[in-house]
Design a protein around this ligand. Structure first.
Ligand SMILES: [Fe+2]
Length: 294
């Protein structure tokens, strides 16, 4: 009979979202039972934190594959050389060129909600974190639970949202960012074809826990089907404000070596841009493929 391993040890980070996983070295291959327990913890807590990790790109990719197959991001120019599964998020310049996306996620969103089959989750590894002389760090990321946000709606509000569908458009967000950031080049026709507008239910059922989640986000949701623009904008703004309240939130203060993975159904996130170009930030992200929205 094989040796029975201790169950993984968790420390809760906030009331509705987030747990730190203690005592795991992600550079090592996980035991099948460990992977299963981590998957359960991920589905339950929405955000998992692993501190003091040191990962090669292969190890980062290998760990992420415990949870599903991996996406290749539409912005191919920011993929890690020889490792297209890794998206580079960074304000670092090399030979005068951006090595990664320098303004990623500075608005509330879930990754890849603009795809027909959105992402299950993302795994972000912190390689360099902005800091100042007194060791203060910058560039925190905030997470909210969209499941807790749904639960907090009144029954009549939940009933009003049942059956509604919303449009998600990557190109709309990209164009807004491009107006503020000259390093963002125009999307090519091929890239546009890769991310056509999609429609998803406003209320989504989590594929593993069965919890209902509010699935509209400021980043990519552009309208509610069958509503006037005015009514749609009003309802969306109300839902965005509701979801992103502090009571549903965990704010993560990054350390170099952190690996944070989050659920792209039951959470939304926002990257705080409170640092300058003289404060380097370098993160590697993998993105796990999800299942069709229901
Ligand atoms: Fe993101």
């Amino acid at each position: 009979m094989g040796e029975l391993k201790m169950p993984i040890e968790l420390r809760t980070l906030a009331e509705h979202v987030g747990a730190e996983v203690l005592g795991i070295d992600l550079s090592k291959t996980l035991e099948p039972r460990q992977a299963e327990e981590l998957n359960d913890a991920f589905n339950t807590h929405g955000v998992l934190l692993f501190r003091k990790q040191s990962l090669t790109p292969e190890q980062h990719i290998g760990f992420s594959r415990n949870f599903g197959s991996l996406e290749v991001h539409v912005l191919r120019q920011y993929l890690l050389t020889n490792h297209p599964e890794i998206l580079v998020i960074s304000n670092v310049l090399e030979d005068g060129k951006q090595i990664g996306i320098n303004d990623a996620g500075q608005y509330w969103h879930t990754d890849l909600s603009y795809k027909e089959v959105p992402s299950k989750g993302s795994v972000l590894y912190a390689k360099r974190i902005p800091f100042s002389g007194n060791d203060k760090t910058y560039g925190d990321t905030c997470y909210v639970s969209t499941a807790a946000a749904y639960d907090a709606l009144l029954p009549n509000e939940q009933a009003q949202l049942a059956g509604l569908k919303a449009m998600h458009r990557y190109e709309a967000r990209y164009e807004r960012l491009r107006q503020q950031n000259e390093s963002r080049q125009q999307l090519t026709e091929k890239q546009k074809q890769e991310v056509p507008p999609v429609v998803h239910p406003v209320i989504r059922t989590h594929p593993y826990t069965g919890r209902r989640c509010l699935y509209v986000n400021e980043g990519f949701t552009t309208g509610i089907a069958g509503m006037s623009l005015e009514d749609s904008n009003r309802l969306l703004q109300k839902l965005f404000n509701h979801c992103t309240q502090e009571k549903f939130m965990y704010r993560h203060k990054w350390q170099v070596g952190d690996v944070l993975m989050w659920d792209n159904c039951s959470t939304q996130h926002f990257a705080i841009a409170d640092y300058g170009i003289d404060q380097p930030r370098l993160m590697h992200r993998t993105t796990i493929t999800g299942t069709a929205v229901q």
